[in-house]
Design a protein around this ligand. Structure first.
Ligand code: 13P
Ligand code: SF4
Length: 310
């Protein structure tokens, strides 16, 4: 398999998808070669919705483990596979259920809002999940005046700014890849490309968000750059977004704000891993019924709140 070219592997993947009746989903941070053979690409929220509405019995999730786990939790009757079981998320590992329970004890009246970038065990002790694209809508619809927001302090702070009537409690969780981008890097990129618009993910620090033209999820950033009349953009999220934008719109220019914006876990999955997973149906996601049912409620509540007209 190692000697096959990208186009030979892609052809085999297309054939195997049909033979096995499998749905291949890819997060926008996956390598472009994987995105191009996927049935659907999306941000975390879109992929969670697609996984739930698909009629395929087999889902291959190219992304990191919390994403594949969420697809399994919401589709316990389906077989879900992740090409690289070791693809984790640094932020998801920053919080434990014990830490959440401690925060709940300190703030018993607060709703516990859990970013989807978390383990199933953490979700199980929370009230509702959010993703970067629906966090503001979901949290603003909550009746509670107090909110425990875990694990991402940056996303939580971004949401809290729009909801001054609610009191927020945070922990020190973050995505180091986004959090480590500095204001100096942002200002240097703007000085180098003065005509460019700046699009940023809310996992970055608030002081940076305040100086950007657009703040949104991975899909939001893609849509902003697609629909804007501007021709130059500085992008402050994972490098694969710049690769995808440059591929889709070669007439526009896209600059990655910092060379640090590479998620090594997202980059673990290769086309070869995807082919191997499809061929041999390996790396299946397994969880007990108890683990899944405890984590399902906050995910279901998120989907319901995000779909509501309020
Ligand atoms: P999105 O929900 O915007 O796709 O973000 C997922 C993620 O892991 C960002 O680091
Ligand atoms: Fe997790 Fe950060 Fe990678 Fe997103 S970019 S999957 S938050 S480590």
């Amino acid at each position: 398999m190692k000697n096959l070219s990208i186009s030979e592997m892609s052809e085999k993947i297309e054939k195997l998808k049909k033979e096995k009746g499998a749905l291949v989903l890819a997060h926008y941070y996956q390598d472009l070669a994987i995105q191009l053979v996927a049935d659907h690409c999306g941000d975390s929220f879109e992929l969670a919705k697609i996984a739930r509405s698909s009629d395929k019995d087999i889902i291959i999730f190219c992304g990191v483990s919390f994403m594949a786990d969420s697809a399994k939790i919401m589709n316990p009757e389906k077989r879900v596979f992740i090409p690289r079981r070791d693809a984790g998320c640094l932020m998801a590992d920053m919080i434990t259920p014990e830490k959440v329970l401690e925060m709940k004890k300190a703030h018993p009246d607060a709703a516990v809002v859990c970013y989807i970038n978390s383990t199933a065990a953490t979700k199980a002790v929370c009230d509702i999940c959010v993703t970067s694209s629906n966090a503001l809508k979901v949290v603003s619809a909550l009746p509670q005046d107090e909110i425990i927001f875990i694990p991402d302090r940056n996303l939580g702070t971004f949401v809290a700014k729009y909801l001054p009537d609610k009191e927020f409690y945070f922990m020190d969780g973050c995505c180091p890849i986004h959090h480590d981008v500095t204001l100096e890097e942002l200002r240097a990129a703007k000085a180098e490309h003065p005509d460019a618009l700046v699009a940023i993910h809310p996992e970055c620090r608030g002081e940076l968000l305040a100086e950007c033209d657009y703040i949104g999820s991975t899909s939001g950033i893609l849509d902003f750059c697609r629909s804007s009349d501007a021709t130059e953009f500085i992008v402050c999220t994972e490098k694969a977004i710049v690769d995808r934008l440059s591929y889709e719109m070669p007439q526009k220019k896209f600059y990655l704000m910092s060379p640090c914006l590479v998620c090594t876990d997202m980059k673990k999955t290769s086309l070869c891993d995807l082919l191997d997973t499809l061929e041999n149906l390996k790396n299946e996601v397994y969880m007990t019924d108890e683990e899944m049912s405890a984590a399902r409620l906050p995910l279901e509540r998120m989907l319901e709140a995000a779909a509501s007209g309020k």
